[in-house]
Structure formats: structure tokens, C-alpha cells
Design a protein around this ligand. Structure first.
Ligand code: ADP
Length: 172
């Protein structure tokens, strides 16, 4: 059910890949930039359409929305906006919501397999060990409620992230 892979999320042959987007939905750096580069202009065009319609104000933190995956192997990209890490305020519920809502959107599309990056752990600064345990708990609980998702794959970009997820998985 839960798989950990060291690699690049844009190479994954799954139904859905999740993008750690920003609220503008119009592309960014990190995993967002990689998805748009490799997926081609169809993804950005679909994001612009969303901005022209229901998502005129952008995508709120913790919410998720699907587009085509363009030229990627995946069928869809589910864009979600992770919270920015704060030492002062606890935004864990938003990181939890990102994962749950992404699984819900993927499931609504009929997806069976879904790949996540380590949301919020790049530019948004979330500590890896904490992000890993929130991500694993949220996805495990959410897929238990939705029968047709069979595989959740976390695609970790470097050893440090991979090890953090491995430790969090062992703690469960
Ligand atoms: P955020 O703004 O949510 O922090 P980032 O894209 O900056 O998003 O980083 C999220 C995580 O994705 C980081 O751990 C980063 O190392 C990782 N990452 C960056 N590029 C890729 C990629 N191509 N595949 C998988 N993970 C990636």
C-alpha cells in the first residue's frame, strides 16, 4: 500500500502525481517547476483555465485540484498547496489536509495509484521527520476510507528525505 522510492516524481508511472504547487497555480520552483518542464505546456494551460474559472483567487493552502498530466506518464496531476513551516504557529492540520484532499481528488478520478513528493519540505521549510509522519498518517488513514486507491508512493528526491520517511514508516 505505502511505498518509498528514491527518485524524481516526474518519472513515475502512476495514475496521479501530486504537485507541491503554490497558490497561484501558475508554476514555481522545485517539484512544481520539474512537473511543468517535463509535462509540457498543457498543464500550465489547464492551470490558467482553473484560474479563469472557479479558482480566480488561486488554490487555498490544504486544498487540491486536478489537471491533465500533459506529457508525463501519469494520467493526472493533482495540485495541492502545502503550508509554510512556522516556529510560532502549528500548521500541521493544513499539511494533513493537503494529503487527504489529494487522495480524495485522485480517488474521485478513479485513480488506483498515486505518487507524492515530500510536500512543504523544500522552499516551505517543513522539518522532514515531522512532514514524513504527518504525510504517512494522513494518506494511510484516507486510503483506508477509499477502497480503490491501492498504492501510495512517496518519491523522495534525496537520501536525507528518503531516510526520514523510512524512519517515520518504521515508527508506525
Ligand atoms: P514546497 O514549496 O512544498 O516546500 P518544493 O518543491 O520546494 O515544495 O520541495 C518539496 C520537496 O520536493 C523537497 O523535499 C524537494 O527536495 C523535493 N523535490 C524537488 N524536485 C523534485 C522532483 N523532481 N521529484 C521529487 N521530489 C522533488
Amino acid at each position: 500500500m505505502i511505498e518509498l522510492v528514491l527518485g524524481d516524481i516526474t518519472d513515475q508511472d502512476v495514475d496521479v502525481i501530486v504537485n507541491a504547487a503554490n497558490s497561484s497555480l501558475l508554476g514555481g520552483s522545485g517539484v512544481d517547476g520539474a512537473i511543468h518542464r517535463k509535462g509540457g505546456p498543457e498543464i500550465l494551460a489547464a492551470c490558467r483555465e482553473l484560474r479563469a474559472g472557479h479558482y480566480g483567487g488561486g488554490l487555498k493552502t490544504g486544498h487540491a485540484v486536478a489537471t491533465t498530466a500533459g506529457r508525463l506518464l501519469a494520467k493526472w496531476v493533482v495540485h495541492t498547496v502545502g503550508p509554510v513551516w512556522s516556529d510560532i504557529e502549528d500548521h500541521s492540520s493544513l499539511l494533513d489536509a493537503c494529503h487527504r484532499n489529494s487522495v480524495k481528488v485522485a480517488s474521485g478520478l478513479g485513480a488506483r495509484t498515486i505518487a507524492f513528493p515530500a510536500i512543504s519540505t523544500g522552499i516551505y521549510g517543513w522539518p522532514l521527520d515531522s512532514a514524513a509522519s504527518i504525510a504517512l498518517a494522513a494518506t494511510t488513514e484516507q486510503i483506508a476510507e477509499l477502497s480503490h486507491i491501492t498504492t501510495v508512493r512517496f518519491v523522495l528526491f534525496d537520501q536525507t528525505a528518503y531516510k526520514a520517511f523510512e524512519r517515520a514508516l518504521k515508527r508506525r
